[in-house]
Structures are given as C-alpha cells and as structure tokens.
Design a protein around this ligand. Structure first.
Ligand SMILES: Cc1cc2nc3c(=O)[nH]c(=O)nc-3n(C[C@H](O)[C@H](O)[C@H](O)COP(=O)(O)O)c2cc1C
Length: 401
C-alpha cells in the first residue's frame, strides 16, 4: 500500500519504556464484561487475541481493581493470585499473534458499589455518591498505606502473568483521580489541599507500581485532561499533573483522557446516550426505574467530534517530552495521521476496534480508510449483557462474542 509519509508514521514501530511496539495503534481500556466471578473468561482471552491478530501493537485489558473494595460491578476482576493463570493464557495468546498487552489497574473509591464489595466505599473524603446512592468514608492513613501496597501487588501479579505493561488509572474519577480532583478531595492533611498534596497518593501508588513492574515492563499512567464539570480538575492543573509525573521519572508514557464516571460519564465517550439499552440491561429494579426516569436529566450528552481530546491534549504535548498516547474519536487514517503529525506518539482506539478487531490490518492493507462506527454507544450496554460487542456488526466484519 502506498501511504503518504504522514500516513506511514501511523504504522512505524515505536518505543514505550523497554517495549518495542510494531506500530502506533493501541487498543484502549474498554471494559469487556468478560470476568464472571471476577476471573478472566476464555471469551476475554479470545477478545484480546483477536485485537492482536487484527494488528494493534498493544491491547489493554480494562479495569482490574487492585482490591475487592474497589469494584463497581459484581462480576469485575480484582487482583489476586487466582486470576494469574487465565491472565497468563491471555498474554500468551496476544504474544502468539505478535502483540503486546497491558493490564489497567484501578480502584473505584467513593463510587465503588457496596452491593458488590459488601463494605462502605472509601473516598479521598466522605461524600455522597448519587451514582451508587451511597456515602463513602474518608480514607485513613492506614487505608492509604494498604491501597498503595495493593497497587504494587497488582502490578506484581500482572508481571507474573507475563503482561508487558500496566496502565495505572489516574483518570475518569477513579480513586487516584478522586485524590487529584478538587471536587472529591477536601482533606486537610498532607493528602489534600495543594496540588503537591493531592498528587501525593497517586505518586506513592505509581512508585510502588514502578517498583513491582521492574525494568522489563512498561508503566503507563492514564490521566484526565479535565474532569468535565465546574469544580473538577481543569486543564491548567492537568498540565501541571502531567509535568510532575514526567519529572518523577516513574511513568514511561501518559495516556490522555477526561471525564468522571460518577458525574460526566459521556465526556470520555461523546455521542448518543443509549438509555433504552442501559435500562434494559440494569438488573437492579430501583436503579432501573430511576435510570428510566432521570437518565436524560442527570447524564449529560456531548456531541461526538473526531479527535475530541486533541485540542486539550496539545497543551500537554507542548509541555512534555514523555511519550504521549492520545485517546478519543479517531475513526480514520486521516485522524490517526493528523494526531501523529501533531506530535502524539501513540493512538489508542476503543469503539472502532469493538466494531471491528481487524480495523488496523484493514487500514494497513488499504482495504478501508475509515471505521463506520458512529458512536451510538450501544456497546456500553452490551458490557453487562454477556460481554462488550458492537450492536451493529453488520456495518463491518462479523465478530465472535
Ligand atoms: C464499552 C466501553 C467501555 C469502556 N471502559 C473503560 C474502562 O474500563 N477504562 C477506561 O479507562 N476507559 C474505558 N472506556 C473509555 C475508552 O477508553 C475511550 O476513552 C473511549 O471509548 C473513547 O475512545 P474511542 O472514541 O476510540 O472509542 C470505555 C469505552 C467503551 C466504549
């Protein structure tokens, strides 16, 4: 295939820490819903094998909670020795296809689901969560120490399972993002107030992850460019967060995203609100009723635009030398090469790969120039309906579940 010089830069190899990636395209963390009883299923192994077979350089297994009290769903994976054999099969299957894999490590903090965890949610501060209709308690210093250990332990398990990388979730309003955000962190001790203080726990967790990952693995940190609402983390501070992460020398790359699951869940997605499908898949009666009544009033809808995080991400690009991964709204070879030309080292895709795991190979072979995925976001509802998949597979290749 004859690509222009700019297009060819999408397919050239690149490096993240100790890893050499065969091209610049990553599969971003997009919760698969394939971990019944908290253990990766064969479907999860197959899902990521197909991503690697379809040409992505590195595929990210979404949301592994570092502890049981960080779950947002009943059937969500949490880091413990029982998951290592299946994760090992997954990394083996991905490597067999010439790809690399990362495990996303997170904790839901104040919006952890007490029905799934059996305990009161932990937060940077005590706070009512309208999303789970529960109230968190403020984490003690002992909780912070315990969870710092848990982040490290989880990275150690990923390493044992043969993963190439871990992605530490400091974005989307998860626990470490709750410490960074002025909206959720009202602490009066050394972990709240100034940006230095709000960054303390995220940096401690990152240091522990770095240590456990060792020199052979890459460590990526996913951060918010903005939380997406007044009173949350804004771009100017996010640039400062990125600078300090770079200065710490603890991360090999930053993944740039935005939004806050418990407040602005569609800020990170853009496109349609799949209310009917989400209501249909909600198993909890009260939540189903309240979702049907209030979803459109509570959940803000954001119009989809190509490359929707790129304008904000440029501020980070200008401030940093560290490899940067752009996420959000890349649907075509033109979008991907535009992002490369703007200085982004790697490009992470979600919905186009859920629609068609062969998207990268088909672009590289010149069979297509764009994904037909228009963000109807029905794939979100599918996460809880047997596993993430495109609701319109007929637009492209048929897929296995
Ligand atoms: C079904 C689905 C599940 C998602 N789950 C996660 C997740 O577990 N962790 C995460 O960091 N982002 C998650 N995201 C957000 C994606 O990482 C990404 O930011 C978003 O899909 C925008 O990229 P795209 O336009 O290429 O789809 C999810 C997205 C989708 C569509």
């Amino acid at each position: 295939m004859n690509f222009t010089a700019e297009q060819a830069r999408v397919f050239e190899p690149g490096e993240i820490g100790p890893l050499r990636l065969r091209n610049r395209i990553l599969r971003t963390g997009a919760f698969e819903g394939m971990t019944p009883d908290g253990v990766p299923s064969d479907a999860l192994v197959e899902h990521h094998r197909r991503m690697a077979a379809g040409g992505v350089a590195l595929t990210t297994v979404a949301y592994c909670s570092v502890a049981h009290d960080g779950l947002t769903f009943g059937g969500q994976m949490w880091a413990r020795p029982e998951i290592v054999p299946q994760l090992g099969r997954l990394s083996g299957a991905v490597h067999q296809e010439g790809g690399l894999c990362a495990l996303q490590l997170g904790h839901a903090g104040y919006f952890a689901n007490p029905e799934a965890t059996g305990v009161k949610p932990l937060g940077a501060s005590a706070q009512v969560c309208l999303y789970t209709l529960s109230r968190s308690r403020q984490m003690s210093l002992e909780d912070i120490r315990r969870l710092t250990d848990d982040y490290g332990r989880a990275a150690g398990l990923a390493r044992e399972a043969g993963f190439d990388a871990v992605e530490l979730h400091l974005a989307h309003g998860y626990l470490l993002s709750q410490f960074l955000s002025p909206h959720t962190n009202h602490r009066k001790d050394g972990y709240g107030g100034s940006l230095d203080n709000r960054l303390r726990f995220p940096l401690e967790a990152l240091a522990r992850v770095r240590e456990a990952a060792g020199p052979g693995m890459a460590v990526l940190a996913k951060i918010n460019l903005e939380d997406g609402f007044r009173g949350g983390l804004e771009l100017a501070e996010a640039v400062e967060v990125a600078r300090r992460l770079e200065a710490s020398g603890l991360a090999d790359a930053l993944v740039l995203s935005g939004g806050f699951v418990s407040k602005t869940p569609f800020f990170m997605l853009r496109g349609e609100l799949p209310v009917t499908e989400m209501v249909a898949n909600e198993k909890h009666f009260t939540r189903r009723v309240s979702m049907r009544m209030f979803a459109r009033a509570i959940v803000e809808e954001y119009p989809f635009e190509p490359l929707f995080f790129m304008p904000a991400a440029m501020s980070v690009r200008r401030a940093l030398k560290l490899p940067l991964v752009l996420v959000g709204g890349m649907r075509s070879l033109d979008h991907l090469s535009e992002a490369r030309a703007a200085g982004f080292d790697f490009l992470a895709l979600g919905r186009p790969l859920i629609h068609d795991p062969d998207f990268v190979n088909r672009l590289a072979r010149g069979e297509i120039t764009a994904s037909p995925c228009e963000p109807c976001n029905k794939c979100i509802a599918e996460m809880e309906n047997g596993g993430v998949r495109c609701a319109h597979p007929t637009l492209g290749q048929p897929r296995a579940r």
